[in-house]
Design a protein around this ligand. Sequence first.
Ligand code: ADP
Ligand code: MG
Length: 623
Amino acid sequence: MLQLWTAVRKVPTWVFPAAIGLFVLVLPLLGPGYELTRQIELTLILALVVSGLNISLGYAGQLAIGQAAMYAAGAYTAGMLSSAGHTDLLLQIVAAGLAALAVGILTGIPGLRLGSWSLAMTSFFLVLLVPDIVDIFEEDTGGHLGLSTMLNPTLFGRSLAPDAMYYVIVIVAIIWFAVFRNVVASRHGIAFQVLKQSPVLASSVGMSVFRTKLTGYAIGAVPAGFGGALLANLDLFVTPEAFTFHMATGALAASILGGSMSVYGAVFGASIIQFNNDQSSNFAEYSLVFFGAFLLIGGVLLRGGVAGLLRTGIRRLDRAAGLWPRRPAGAAGGGEAGGGAADAVDLPPIEGGALEVDAVAKAFGGNRALREVSLRAEPGQVTALIGPNGSGKTTLLNLVCGFYRRDAGRITVAGTAIDGASPHRIARLGVTRTFQTPLIPPGVSVAEVVISGRYTSDEVGFLSAVLRGPKFRRIRRHDLARAEDMLRLVGLAHLFDTEAATLPLGQRRMLEVARALVREPKVLLLDEAASGLDEAEVETLAAVIRRIRDAGCAVILVEHNFGLVLSLADRIVVLARGAVLAEGTPEEIENDVRVRDEYLGIVEPGDAPAVEEAGTLPERTAK
Ligand code: ADP
Ligand code: MG
């Protein structure tokens, strides 16, 4: 049995959905009858709509529930084109996708600007508006009676036979799901997941949060538009009744039940909803209740939906057959990496830049977190920032990264002032960081987490991610090689394929260092990188930080472990109550009376590490 499984797993994974797609395509040869073909057609159209939700809601984490409106936009675009004599199906499908995309962009801009709940409201009202809009343009849309003037579709100048629509629908679905899969597996798909985990994280790797949100939301609209065009041509009739709130809820239920963070989950979810819809009239009557129940089942009991269940099953079999966890080709035996691991990897020189903070102030209401703080961090040096809890260290890092706006002062990176720049622009200037509470998106492998740090290096367009041409493959190979290097550097290469979010705290911290480093930053900000690490990990971390410094990067180390700070830092800046208390070399700071009183008096050097437990500040830093 397990041998059989091992053999099955040798087959590339895309073969299975491709085989199923092919089977569905040739199904009419087996004479399945009208009922079944009709069900398959409707299921695939619904699956297209649902797959859009999986992108915007499942992957990108945007509360978009207006798929029914995009679906309507597609259907009416196709319907009106057809009524006007433009019967070419390809033209209609493309136009419908573009129309849905336009609706997505137009509604996404205000909705996303205002925050996630307003997107939910905007998209919700969009669905409620469909019948009204249809009525307003009654002459073209047929109003509430429906659009019944559509002509028989043609393809490449030939009239389509009635049962040819089946093939068109299946082929559109196959192409779309292949595209969807490629997008999800590319760094754009990972970018959506990074965004979903935390906008702060997303901008720290150089992604524009707004643009990525809008992309996710707008791309999700496209397959709904395709679905609309197909539905219109299937019955040569468009009625507003097909795009009600009821339909929107059904699509949402299908997405969650099938597994919204998955590609083929959309097909599973759509099959369940569509077949149930048809099977019993009771179901149709009480469908909202059923949808609600499905939402609960999908959301609470069956997290990850049917696709998640399938994934767990596959993982179990893999484990049993010894196929999991996999090791990357280059990793040596997978033993726990010790302090010397970092030496094995070649870290190319990094063009560092100085960070200058000049008289910066920041207050939260009446709480003056920082008052006139100035410091300078040179490239090729470790500048440690120490001070008791609440002295403003994280706030300073957040100002440098642009997450907070400072009240006064000036910050420059490698000579460029970052006045008022948005966080992703500052990231693109070469500033990168780790977080006091590690931010690692769930469901993403260790390697992909590191690769997500390369979002701004070797940029890959959407189209090339979809087509996977030679350039895409070259960059992908480079991504993987760089990820492996960085992971070897921090001693995590043996965990290459593991789901990153399941790692213990120490390893997640090291992983963040790898992700930050893969971009070859000018300035690297480490926020309490050693807290929660065991002794061996601290040693690895220290070795890694030395390598980064020697490579030329300006390292700012916020740290409570005074021993580590003394051994690593070239300069130390001591903050207390939002102001610089002292600054100097490790010897100077160690012997500074005020520092001894103010800081070391509070925290005994012996038990200095891990005074600030990971759970204390996440809400503030992770927002
Ligand atoms: P540290 O990292 O040195 O422990 P922080 O920079 O996190 O200190 O906090 C400095 C001060 O600023 C604290 O008094 C904290 O309560 C306050 N503070 C930090 N972030 C926020 C925020 N987003 N809103 C309100 N107060 C904040
Ligand atoms: Mg802090």
